[in-house]
Write a new protein. Structure first.
Length: 77
């Protein structure tokens, strides 16, 4: 498999856009999950749920944005 320079540049730009999107989405998700926790047991479980949600959002963003960036880079480059 051969990687093109345009594709790699597009993937880097896509990763940067994915990181920006993650930085915007992660606090909103954390706030929603914190608002849902009412009891002390819920608060203990909350930290695990927030961590899982943040990792899932980051992984999804990186896959989508890096893939779209690579595709755009190879198409337009």
């Amino acid at each position: 498999m051969e990687l093109s320079l345009g594709g790699l540049i597009g993937a880097v730009i896509g990763a940067a856009l994915g990181a920006v999107n993650f930085a915007m989405l992660a606090p909103m998700i954390s706030e929603k999950l914190r608002a849902a926790a009412q009891t002390e047991q819920g608060r203990e479980e909350l930290q695990e749920r927030i961590s899982t949600a943040r990792r899932s959002i980051l992984a999804f963003n990186m896959l989508v944005f890096v893939g779209a960036g690579y595709w755009a880079g190879t198409t337009f480059g």
